[in-house]
Design a protein around this ligand. Sequence first.
Ligand code: ZN
Length: 167
Amino acid sequence: MSLVEQDSVVSVNYTGTFPDSGQVFDSSEGRDPLTFLVGHGQMIPGFEQEILGASVGETREFTLTPDQAYGERQEAAIQDVQRSEFPDTVDVDQAFADGVPLAAYDEQGQPMQFNIYAIEGDIVKIDFNHPMAGKTLHFSVDIVSIRDAQPEELEHRHVHGPGGHDH
Ligand code: ZN
């Protein structure tokens, strides 16, 4: 019988809730199971850690502190930007009201998502923290299937085929 271990390709059904309120923040319910390669940074560290050694059909329930999940919130990741620095096509008031994330590009042209944290007159406070940073998260995870990774999947560090990359 196979168990979840480093380099397993695992499919899971899962529900993530905030432990304080019980509110669901993410779930595979009504969707295909989530498939990922264990131990290659595809998932938050605690999620992988907590399902190691599980077998198909097993359910694991666990709570992750921010350091095991999306990290602590960093005050340095909040920056002040002049409203005039945003392109005309971006309505910062609307984005703030709707809580819609925006993207900036770093020097390498990589997109970096941020949220508008506050607007104070002409100063827009933007927040590069991950929206889930600083949060403690509870998960219920059902192990649907486990298989060994193909050499090519290990090389690419992601899953191919159903639930994974198709290329
Ligand atoms: Zn690939």
